[in-house]
Write a protein that binds this ligand. Structure first.
Ligand SMILES: [Zn+2]
Ligand SMILES: [Zn+2]
Length: 373
């Protein structure tokens, strides 16, 4: 935590006497560190106003970014540290109040914190080609929500109501497909019934566009879990891997690309299948998937469920560099998950994405055209 104060001693006293503090590791007038009851270490730095931007820049990193930034500063005749930007010769203070001003003095446009990884942001800042990163307010809806028709816990009407409350213009209901029995996947008969149910909900929520989608399984041979006639009856089709994760790389890659080659497919769900801390990604050649996404005009999902965040930022950037487009979905199984979309936005930002890269930012009419419904 970084704070500004003219009276740091009072701030530090308050900080170390916080009721959740289990242990005080250090207490000074500019820096204190504590361990909380839940074992989290928290450091507090109190700085002067003229150093605030410099300190923020210094402590947020990344290290790779900061090393490069400091060397660029030296080339310009400056010295950059956590207290500010100084003249290299005279040590005279030049800047430090805001991050924006520090970057400007070094001859760069402002680099957003999410981009500070030394992955090309310096060249982009010099050439004025940094992305205008997506923001949460640009999101008009969520494409990946499970209802009680498969393994979700809420009715379509409850989801529509929650989406309306969220201020959304559309919502995509995506239940599992028939062979995924464990998740109560929908038979082709039940798909027809669900479509009727969605039509009823549309009458009740005329302001909200309720898309009837599906999250259709890619079977082990790469064929899809519904026939084309059924796939055509959805407004959009997500495909995903939910079984037989342990395949060799080549077979898995071919399996997914085979699925993406079906003309009814719009989106590839959670492209690597990782569950953070629980399950590694399956073996897959992501470069081939990215090429296939481009060729088949399939959008890659940034699954926003906190356990997934799949694709991750590196792969997003890689796909964006190949002109691939994206879709955000929460993979909600209850309406309490709808708020997870912000994690997808955060991941997208780390992957350099802009409004135009993400389908969720378009108007309902444009989306309808793009998904062909
Ligand atoms: Zn899934
Ligand atoms: Zn799902």
């Amino acid at each position: 935590i970084l704070a500004l104060s003219n009276d740091p001693e009072i701030v530090m006293e308050y900080f170390v006497s916080y009721p959740e503090v289990a242990e005080v590791l250090a207490k000074g007038t500019t820096k204190s560190s504590v361990i909380l009851n839940d074992h989290l270490q928290v450091d507090l730095r109190v700085v002067e106003e003229k150093s605030y931007g410099a300190a923020l820049q210094y402590f947020t990193g990344s290290k790779d970014h900061n090393v490069t930034l400091r060397s660029l500063a030296i080339k310009k005749g400056f010295k950059l540290n956590e207290y500010g930007l100084f003249d290299k010769e005279t040590e005279k203070y030049i800047s430090g109040k805001t991050e924006e001003d520090i970057y400007k003095r070094i001859g760069l446009t402002y680099i957003e914190p999410e981009l500070r990884e030394n992955r090309g942001e310096f060249d982009a800042a010099k050439n004025n080609t940094l992305p205008l990163l997506i923001i949460q307010d640009q999101i008009k809806g969520d494409f990946h929500v499970h209802s009680e028709w498969s393994d979700g816990s809420d009715s379509i009407e409850t989801i529509a109501e929650a989406a309306t409350k969220q201020g959304y213009e559309f919502i995509g209901i995506t239940d599992h497909s028939q062979s995924l029995k464990i998740a109560n996947g929908l038979s082709e008969e039940r798909v027809k019934k669900k479509i009727l149910e969605i039509e009823k909900a549309r009458k009740k929520f005329p302001e909200l566009r309720i898309f009837c989608g599906t999250e259709c399984d890619i079977k082990t041979d790469g064929s899809l879990d519904y026939n084309n006639k059924t796939l055509e009856s959805f407004d959009f089709v997500y495909i995903g891997i939910h079984t037989a994760f342990k395949m060799d790389k080549d077979t898995m890659t071919k399996r997914i690309i085979n699925g993406m080659s079906n003309d009814n497919v719009n989106f590839l769900a959670h492209p690597t299948g990782r569950l953070i801390g629980k399950r590694d990604p399956y073996e897959v050649d992501i470069e081939q998937i990215i090429d296939a996404a481009k060729q088949t005009n399939t959008r890659l999902e940034i699954n926003s469920f906190p356990d997934r965040l799949d694709l991750d930022d590196m792969h997003i950037k890689q796909a964006k560099d190949h002109d691939v487009k994206f879709v955000l979905g929460t993979d909600s199984h209850t309406i309490n998950h709808l708020g997870f979309l912000r994690f997808g936005v955060a991941t997208a930002r780390r992957g350099w994405l802009e409004k135009k890269d993400i389908l969720n930012t378009f108007s309902v009419r444009d989306i309808e055209k793009m998904i062909g419904t």
